[in-house]
Design a protein around this ligand. Sequence first.
Ligand SMILES: Nc1ncnc2c1ncn2[C@@H]1O[C@H](COP(=O)(O)OP(=O)(O)OP(=O)(O)O)[C@@H](O)[C@H]1O
Ligand SMILES: [Mg+2]
Length: 509
Amino acid sequence: MGSTVLEVRDIAKSYGPNRVLRGVSFGVEKGAIYGLMGANGAGKSTLIKILSGAEQPDGGRILLGGEPVGFPDPLAAQRAGVGTVYQNPNDGVVLDMTVAENLALDRLTDRDSPRGFSRARTERHALEVAETLGMHLTKQVLRWPARRLGVSDRQLLVLARALSRKPEILILDEPTSALSAEETSRLFDLVRSLVADGMTVLFVTHKLAEFDRLCHHVGVLRDGAMPGEFFRDERHAFDWPEVLTALFDRTPAQMRRDELPAGPTVLSLRDVQVFPDSKPFDLDLHRGQVTVLLGLLGSGKTELLEWIFGARPVIAGRRELSGTGEFAPEHPGDAVRDGVYLLPESRHEQAIIPDWPVFSQMTLPFLKRFSAGTLMRGPAERRATRTMMDDIGVVARDPSSPIHTLSGGNQQKVVIGRWLLGEPKALLLDEPFRGVDINARHDIGATVRRLTSQAAVLVATSDLDEALEVGDRIVVFNHGHVVADLGLGEASRERLIDAMSVTTRKDSA
Ligand SMILES: Nc1ncnc2c1ncn2[C@@H]1O[C@H](COP(=O)(O)OP(=O)(O)OP(=O)(O)O)[C@@H](O)[C@H]1O
Ligand SMILES: [Mg+2]
């Protein structure tokens, strides 16, 4: 047994009347990867912000190597050897600086470094930092402003920065939610090798399989307290039913899994070519069932969804909407007007208005409906929001709380709820389950399922288990092309994995 390197004793934190942490205590041994679990809103990120100096606790103590420490700010925690990757990758990226400047940020701000960094030096440092994660960046990408990067690249960027500092204790708050399976494996290999060299890790995720891959010890946070810690070793796996009982006050509901039959066609896509070198395809989306678009990161799912929504062009293609005929939105506003909605992949920039209350976020696209010439807007809006919050289990004290005071997973649910409040003909959801806990995933799945009675629903995901859990029909997308189209009954894991990974470029056919 190693020695305890990080000890948390009786940490408490309230936001106003909301007691978020009510006395949390646990210890992490040197060289361990400690898994921290908890439902959305349980207090994980708050605890992490306290451990990294971004928030101050109301009470309790933190000990490093047996010595009590206090971190007045994040820099103090970093100096003490605690490195943190926050849940929202944008918290670690300066969007207006270049990719190179972001990677080299620690050197640029290091007081001991020579002043007046040249671009060449910055780029050299940036490449070194990127190398920690095995990222290969071209000169061109190094010079992009960071806001041009997608969520997954931003996540890799903050991970590379944190790892390059070689912290003694590394804290990762849902680091894999925006990563592909391959990037996740690469990160895990790297974490394992750093741990073998003596680093200690505190790791948060909602994916049980990731705890099985990385951790021997997990602590469960629930309502701001730690009701249990669980162990496994080479011979005994984690007792997941017991862990889930500690995690939730109800066990995850069993989803109804009868495959629903296809209803009438709502949206037809014809001769769609997503990339210059991808083959054209046709796709019909029906009411009455949930269609999953399954593909790895970079397969073109987001491009396809954004094109349908009028948010970006593709190389070629036609869209038709039942009742409307040719459907060619020039702008998302046109799509919304015709009843086609998209839940975008990068919620933070595209979908959330930071200081607005929850109810305004939800009713945002439908202001007309709620303001129909009366003074009643407030109450009606609030009532509709409250009902939707209950349906999908948003944990917020009240619909007028500003959205940034909600936990990451609950912000996500609000943005989903927004689109479920409308009356869509076609609903496109890009990675809707990112960062939501298992119960919420079921609730969202069930709500989406109910909507299929009135709308065609397309859920894009790169996660096989999610696909099998929510889809009646699974369309596998690979380099901008449909390579398999299977009913739930015929979709085995093996078939799906095969289809996701074959090469399908135009010239290889
Ligand atoms: N700045 C803030 N002001 C007010 N309340 C806050 C603030 N930040 C967090 N909270 C509240 O603290 C509670 C815990 O949030 P936290 O973000 O720690 O949850 P979490 O366990 O990380 O959840 P998730 O899995 O969704 O990320 C929530 O009820 C949240 O609304
Ligand atoms: Mg969180």
